[in-house]
Write a protein that binds this ligand. Structure first.
Ligand SMILES: CC(=O)SCCNC(=O)CCNC(=O)[C@H](O)C(C)(C)COP(=O)(O)OP(=O)(O)OC[C@H]1O[C@@H](n2cnc3c(N)ncnc32)[C@H](O)[C@@H]1OP(=O)(O)O
Ligand SMILES: Nc1ncnc2c1ncn2[C@@H]1O[C@H](COP(=O)(O)OP(=O)(O)OP(=O)(O)O)[C@@H](O)[C@H]1O
Length: 785
């Protein structure tokens, strides 16, 4: 009874001020469910607006397991209950909190709070990376979470064991407006192209500005003149809406989509799941209703009598339709709208840029959605594209009132807004001013500023840091974090994972196709590259490294890697009880020429390139090793040899679309000792020298040319006889076998013939350097003529 009353009062306060409240039901699980059912009966929330997130479908409302919490992204629910008894995925918590409506309640079902940190759940099992066991996983993330639940406003706590309300969660706020608006009504801007109703439907000034930004997409559509009056140059355009959750960006996109459709235009909407675009379709349908447009709504397709349409397509289908559009064909739509863009892989976003007019709506701190791919990688690609980009940021909250205490709590508990130190604090950092330090989990737990700076740096610099990573940093037994600090502020940070050192049974299991947690390098080297001994030696993988953007290119990243190497190798401070240290350092990352160069400079050498692109970054991954002991040297050497040998075959197959500059940097980062012996026969040499110096043709027998190219790049990476363009030509034509026309076009040779001659010319220095007697004879013969 006490619990229902407490919950009702808390819910009423939430409703009165359009804020959210959290209610923690701590104690026995069955009692928790009993209490939850009576609460849901007591508060006036329809079952259709309630979701249970947990392992079992126990209530009459919608049910989702934590693993599927992404379905809630971008949706709005009045009450959500999250059952954390069998474990809590931090990512799921982030997604769930973001979907609760103003005036709504999040109910957390937890074990007794004092015991919760020590309870191991399903998520903890994912942190128990071999050779570590579940007992090695700690409960610091939950310790911190419980502290924040106790400390923050707006969070009620019920002790189910004593049936006591420990904290009523009431904040007794001053009364305020509850319709989500700031009270203003919005008028259309002068010369607006959208109907005035579109603007009048907006709830904040930010949303109005966002809708206005969409008007720019009308220019040039369907023969409409650009505002500059130049209809010939059809400027491609992109609108980007950024906001924290619940600021009304999907709704702004929906209002614009409705206005486009009323005007007879075809709008294609895509998002990770059709459900994520629910608000967008609701607003579009409502606006068409207000406008009195004759519209039919059928699921995720709205059609208007003026020939307009708003329809949803899955991202893959949308990409396929957009990319297959050719020439004058405008493609599958006049305008493409991408909702929850941050939750889509960068490669998909990039493909969507094939559309002339495209809008992206994305969250800023909501990296609970998918990581920071949008800001970290995609922003650069967008800037390089020929789209004129219009940015709008929506600040004022709509889903819930400004100052909502649950948003404040979620940001803190999951570090959604963690940032690196402000630039002036680290602007003067150099390798001479910084100190190397270990970021021990207990230190991070005790020092929130240190934790925020380190985690904030990782989030900002990487496309895939999420709340689960915060828990990993605090609790995973295989992870270590090290940093360089300047005046106590984190300026460079590295996340390190212990890998390898695996017992024979585990290695055999991997070799026979079994899966293993963590251990990325041994796993790939064993399962894909068929080396059963790969997991034997002990290594340390640099999972992530980042330097503050205000202090890059001063040698700090390299300094941190050097300090890590010293500490973890023979005789180093962190070399372990036996003082023997690790056998190798390693890394794996989305390969770009700059990063490959960074790692090469630091002594790491490539041993593998993935055969598929990384979903989130759209890049191929490079795996690199830096041996620190004999066992590591052996592991490296055999893999470097195998890699150099297989690379040409990969280039005509899985890596046929690898960027030529990445291929150049990959080969240059292979250890020179792995340069393949040239087994060219006298005849092979006559073919190669004949193409370089005489009338011979590469096409007649490409094999010997390929070996030569690999040798050229690997053997002496710092000594280039060829220009960058010639090297790209070697990669694209000789290694990847791309068609002559495509190569000539991409490298801007005037003709196919000129491109063929250039390839022959590019082999001259290679014949000069490596050619056998037979090759040199051919050369002399043609040079004399
Ligand atoms: C496993 C992984 O984590 S891989 C991902 C690495 N991290 C990131 O990409 C996050 C963003 N980037 C960064 O934080 C930094 O640029 C780091 C960590 C890569 C390098 O840190 P820094 O302190 O700048 O390193 P340092 O000064 O020792 O070396 C810089 C050199 O690396 C190379 N380099 C590093 N990154 C790049 C890049 N993106 N593009 C081009 N060159 C690069 C360059 O040669 C550069 O020298 P230059 O600026 O004189 O041309
Ligand atoms: N103009 C509007 N008219 C009516 N309701 C609106 C309007 N704008 C926003 N809302 C309501 O406010 C809430 C948040 O809006 P919306 O989903 O568009 O925001 P968002 O920034 O896209 O949020 P998320 O990041 O969670 O996807 C929704 O419940 C939506 O129905």
């Amino acid at each position: 009874m006490i619990v229902e009353t407490g919950a009702t009062v808390l819910f009423e306060e939430a409703t009165a001020v359009d804020e959210r409240r959290v209610l923690v039901l701590a104690g026995d699980r069955e009692r928790g469910y009993d209490a939850l059912e009576s609460i849901l009966d007591a508060i006036p929330v329809p079952i259709t607006e309630t979701t249970l997130v947990g392992p079992e479908d126990r209530l009459r409302c919608e049910h989702l397991p934590q693993a599927n919490a992404s379905e809630l992204l971008g949706t709005t629910r009045t009450a959500i209950a999250l059952d954390a008894h069998e474990g809590l995925r931090p990512n799921a918590l982030g997604k769930v909190v973001g979907a609760v409506d103003g005036g709504g309640l999040l109910v957390l079902l937890t074990p007794p709070l004092e015991e919760w940190p020590d309870r191991r759940g399903a998520f903890d099992r994912s942190l128990a990376v071999p050779p570590f066991s579940l007992d090695d996983v700690t409960g610091r993330f939950r310790t911190r979470l419980v502290e924040t639940l106790r400390a923050h406003r707006g969070i009620g706590i019920v002790d189910l064991e004593t049936e006591r309300i420990v904290d009523d969660g009431l904040t007794e706020p001053a009364p305020k407006r509850v319709d989500g608006s700031d009270g203003t009504s919005f008028e259309a801007p002068p010369n607006a192209r959208f109907p005035a109703d579109t603007y009048e439907a907006c709830l904040t000034g930010d949303q109005r500005d966002a809708v206005e930004a969409f008007e720019s997409l009308l220019e040039g559509v369907d023969g409409r003149e650009d505002s500059g009056g130049d209809a010939e140059t059809e400027q491609r355009r992109a609108v980007v809406l950024e906001a924290d959750r619940g600021r009304g960006k999907s709704s702004a996109a929906g209002l614009a989509a409705g206005a486009f459709a009323a005007d007879g235009l075809d709008v294609l909407v895509t998002a990770p799941r059709s459900r994520n675009a629910a608000e967008l379709f609701d607003r579009a349908g409502e606006l068409l209703g207000t406008l009195g447009a004759d519209a039919t709504i059928d699921g995720r397709t709205i059609e208007t009598s003026s020939g307009g349409r708003v329809r949803f397509l899955e991202p893959a289908t949308a990409v396929e339709r957009i990319e297959s559009a050719t020439g004058d064909d405008r493609g599958p739509a006049d305008i493409v709208v991408v909702d929850e863009a941050a939750a889509l892989p960068v490669s998909v976003l990039e493909s969507l840029l094939a559309a002339d007019r495209v809008a992206f709506a994305t969250t800023i701190h909501g990296y609970e959605g998918a990581g920071r791919g949008f800001s970290v990688r995609f922003r650069d690609r967008l800037a390089e594209s020929d789209h004129e980009v219009i940015d709008r940021t929506l600040v004022d909250p709509i889903r819930y009132a400004a100052g909502d205490p649950v948003e404040v709590w979620a940001f803190r508990a999951l570090l959604l807004d963690a940032r690196p130190p402000v630039s002036p604090l680290v602007a003067d950092a150099t390798p001479e001013t910084v100190a190397y330090r270990s970021l021990e989990p207990d230190d991070l737990l005790a020092d929130d500023r240190l934790l925020r700076e380190a985690f904030g740096l990782l989030v900002l610099a990487h496309y895939r840091t999420e709340p689960n990573d915060l828990a990993r940093l605090l609790d995973a037994p295989n992870l270590e974090a090290r940093a360089l600090v300047h005046d106590g502020h984190v300026v460079s940070v590295a996340l390190l994972a212990r890998e390898g050192n695996l017992p024979p049974e585990t290695r055999a299991m991997m070799y026979e196709g079994g899966r293993i947690r963590g251990n990325m390098l041994p796993d790939v080297l064993t399962s894909q590259l068929r080396d059963e001994a790969a997991g034997e030696s002990a290594g340390l993988r640099v999972v992530r490294i980042a330097t503050h953007h205000a202090a890059r290119s001063r040698g700090l990243g390299s300094h941190l890697l050097e300090r890590v190497r010293e500490a973890f190798t023979d005789g180093g401070l962190e070399a372990g009880d036996d003082g023997d240290g690790i056998d190798w350092l390693g890394t794996g990352f989305g390969a770009t020429p700059g990063l490959l160069e960074f790692w090469r400079e630091n002594g790491y050498r490539t041993v593998h390139v993935s055969t598929t692109r990384n979903d989130a970054s759209g890049e191929y991954s490079a795996l690199m090793l830096a041996p620190t002991g004999d066992a590591g040297r052996e592991l490296h050497d055999r893999h470097a040899d195998w890699f150099a040998r297989r690379f040409p075959a990969l280039c005509t197959d899985a890596l046929s679309d690898l960027e030529p500059d990445v291929a150049r940097a990959v080969l240059r980062s292979v250890d020179a000792d792995a340069a393949p012996e040239l087994g060219l026969s006298a005849h092979d040499w006559r073919v190669v020298a004949g193409a370089a110096y005489g009338p011979g043709l590469f096409d007649a027998d490409p094999g010997p040319f390929r070996d030569l190219v690999v040798r050229y790049f690997v053997e002496d990476p710092d000594d280039a006889d060829l220009t960058a363009r010639e090297e790209r030509l070697l990669v694209m034509r000789a290694l990847q076998g791309r068609p002559w026309e495509a190569v000539a076009d991409r490298l801007e040779y005037h003709s196919y013939g000129q491109c063929m001659r250039a390839l022959g010319g590019a082999f001259c220095p290679l014949v000069d350097r490596y050619g056998s007697e037979a090759a040199l004879e051919v050369r002399e013969r043609f040079l004399e003529n």
